[in-house]
Design a protein around this ligand. Sequence first.
Ligand code: UD1
Length: 417
Amino acid sequence: MDKIVIHGGRRLKGEVRVSGAKNSALPLLFATLLAPGVHRIANVPDLRDITTVEKLLTTLGAEVVRENGTFTVDASAIESIEAPYDLVRTMRASVLVLGPLLARLGHARVSLPGGCAIGARPINLHLKGLEAMGAKITLDHGYVEAHAKRLHGARILFDMPTVGGTENLMMAAALAKGTTVLENAACEPEIIELGEALTKMGARIEGAGTDSITIEGVDELTPLEHAVMPDRIEAGTFMIASAITRGDVLVTGTVASHLEALIIKLREAGAEIIEEAGGLRVRGPRKINSVDIKTRPHPGFPTDMQAQFMALMALGTGTSMITENVFENRFMHVCELQRMGADISIEGHTATVKGVKGLLGAPVMATDLRASASLILAGLAADHTTEVSRIYHLDRGYERIEEKLKRLGADIERVPE
Ligand code: UD1
């Protein structure tokens, strides 16, 4: 297994372009299951999770051709309705086949994802919504079996905003009979993009991006032509990379409105952020102010940026309180940051980060996707050498991050272990 070796202390400078958004590409690729014909999706990042989707679509019978970031998916002949355990356990988002398969074919069998490093992450709200739309759902040897002759519209109130649940039900409702209203829906930019894509396919959707989405079901949909939006979490990670190294980096291809909460918090931390024609320029502060964050569903501070922001706060001049409200166990990076000299204590959902003067490189282990990014950021700022192992987590969500950081001047290398 590869590891990443960083010799810290270099200021990052230059320009970096963000790739297509993983969390948008995933539902868009699954949306191809809704309509027979040939779909074309461009700007798909080259990531391990995307390869998992490719395998899953192929297992279901779709023909997938992948060329320079463009996926051509022929979803005319869907022969299987089963998402097997082997694929779902490597990527929870595989449960997003449930809505499309059920809506188009009336039957789906999807392995239950089980737990993961950042918490239990159940899919009860996806299932409750589908049941309200008329699906019969049973559990069989670790698989969810769902049947419905044709789903019907329903009024669904999510107990909490769920990104995947909102996406699954939007896709299911697009082909259901009648009107579905999703209340307390997730408002993330990825939901807006899925709404736009489904609309291009002939769906009738209003309110995507607000907490109330109305979907008027149609009898059939047509193939999708679409380019995936830029990855806001990758962009945010490079912004913090610049801030933590006192760098001067222009992050191009970003959408500033997707990053508002992070921009506010980085400015409070002392970073200079300038919106330029090509993207966002981030200049790191001489001294990092310690600021508090609380993660919340969009437009709040994203949980997917919490670990990276904590790396920055580890070097703050005071004390920062970081509260994780979205996932119950998302502080796995803390122990690893402590090994590098960070002063962090956890009580319940809150981490108290007392800034230290410097971090010291150490061998550390990635525990999940965003935790890996946090350790890389810490390594960029630390003295001496940091070795991050188990980087398969990183490859799930960041496209060649070490090459991009290297071009910005980081001393970073991927080495086979
Ligand atoms: C998506 C993102 C992930 C991000 C998360 C929150 C993708 C592929 N992944 O994950 O990167 O961290 O949103 O922004 O887009 N919940 C339930 N029951 C359910 C569904 C969710 O209790 O049926 C809970 C979860 O355990 C969690 C919260 O709701 O505490 C939010 O989860 P959700 O928004 O569904 O996250 P994902 O869609 O899995």
